[in-house]
Design a protein around this ligand. Sequence first.
Ligand code: C2O
Ligand code: CU
Length: 698
Amino acid sequence: MYSLWSNLEIGALFLVAFFAWRAGASAAKLRYGGSAERLKRKTRRTVLWMALLLLSIGLQIWSALEVWAYSPWMLSQDFVSVHLPLVVMPTLFVIGCVLPRIYWIARESGRRTGAPLDPELFRQASHPLLVVPLRATALCALTAIYFFLAVPVPFVPADVMLPLMILGLVVVFAANLAWHRWKRLLNDRNASAATLPPLWKRSMRALAMLAVVGAIATGGIALNAQASRLPDHVRMDEGTMDYGGGTDFPHVSSGQVEVQAASASAGAPAVPVTELTGDVSGTPDRRFALTAQKTQVKLGSGKTKEAWTFDGQLPGPELRMRQGELVEVVLTNRDIAEGVTIHWHGLDIPNAQDGVAGATQNAVRPGESFVYRFRPEQTGTFWYHSHQDSQEAVKRGLFGPLVVEPAAGQDPKVKDIVALANERAFQTSDPIRREAVAPGTPVRLRLISTDDWVIRRFTLVGTPFRVAAIDGTELNKPGELTDTHLELTTGSRADLVFTMPDHPVFLSVGGSKNRGILLSKDGTGEIPDIPATRVFNPLHYGEPADVPFDDKTTYDRNFTMLLDNKFGFYNGSFTNLYTINGKVFPKTPMFMVRQGEKVRVTIANHGQVDHPMHLHGHHMLVLSRNGERSTGSPWWSDTLDVRQGDVYEVAFVADNPGLWMDHCHNLSHAAVGMSMHLMYEGVTTPFEVGSASFNRPE
Ligand code: C2O
Ligand code: CU
């Protein structure tokens, strides 16, 4: 509902601005021309524009009120306290001043004929109160549109007051001018015979106005562009601290560690992220070596294209390991000049292994290697990808699937199929993959969605199935589903299980028969038709089970993440910004926590597009979505699809000390600043991002 009404409201604002401008221009011409007949015709035209204006005002008010009714204050605040008054106030003047005058003129001009106009009719037709309220409405609507493009959310009075003051001054100044011109006009005996000034004169005036506005704007723009430049040196243990309403604690960054050593008042001793390794001594149970390299890959079309790959494969090789094993992965960068790391997406392992350039390590340069060692504690479906310039890296191919089997290994009877959806990987393989599966075989399909800014649709046809896991976490007692599709946002995963029937089963990727996996007795057979399906909703699926939170939990920290988009500058260039609490990195806040604390986060999307929010090192339990409580199986997520107008309440236990990225997994959004981090007390990092460093996490 929020998306419908908020989009309508924005549309209505543009209509209000346009029609108010047209109506104003039309009303301003009433005084020209002289004869009653001409005045009558012109009045009719003005009335038409005003009718359209009032209709669009009605639509704007209606939809703003609906937004208010349907969504929490966080999402409706700017509609109610900025847009609405900006439209309603000038409208009162239109109704109070313009309408009666227009009505009177229409009536009187209808009764008279010929030229010149009678003095009272001319007086009214040239009255400033005929035009000024309409012009003011247009300006107010434009101001509201400005507040849509540069959203003042969360509310910062200074961001709102300045434009409003400028608007007020312009209106008062223009009204004053109009008043004096009118007085002069009435003294001029021939005024009623005046004709419209020639086009060139009017254009000159408009140009002069534009020039003034342009000059002011250019100044503001230059200042903003300058202020958005990324600093040369940024440490992720520094930044704006947000304590989420909980007790604050002194926080030191690595730059201040020496200062802290000399000061008695400091809190917990500083621990650099590099020491947060967990116990990884001993001989690894499993070793992998991955080489990042440029590779010419063959596309289905026959052409070849350069990709960045792990081991020359697209996607990278499947890493399969068992719960609790000591795993070692040696990453070598052969020739990716931009640098490489590996992040284990969804695995909650110790911070030192998290693989984020500039946060937990330096990006690995060509010719260099880096050794990751960790013990996976979860089982399930994950993926890995480079977290150095991750937008570019993942787009070009530096990613692959990762599966953690139970400690005892997976039941050998199960047919385990990884379905990693990726545009680039699709181009290099057959659109339809065929697998032979004997009827009666238990099947586990591991769905992984990796494309940037794609909500991937998966439809399983030909068998009932269960969603066994989401984001690498088993669901409790999942029920059987038919005619249901899943929508997986960028970075998220789901495991589907079923028993192979004696006819073909098709996993459609994208909703059509053109792309997917066909399972049948012998790997041949017809692709079944895809029926109408409804979307899977995890909120009420499966049965409740123990979680560390209940209704009576008092949370040590309550954070808010308000997601949005607006126009502005990022590192000096004008772009569409994707913001968290109105800011882009490095001005986004750090959520400050202490080990062991219970943390609640409200994530709300006030913008126009969806944001898959990904928290490293932790899984978030969904408590509610849009006020609706989660009543099914505990739904633990590491990548949560937050769509326009969505409000999620999630909770997690701060049980994994470190410096953890929390960012949008539409990596193109993260790349322009939709990124922040969770920061544990006492944790510091020796690494740096910022333009002088080689590290570029996003
Ligand atoms: Cu899959 Cu921070 O990313
Ligand atoms: Cu996003």
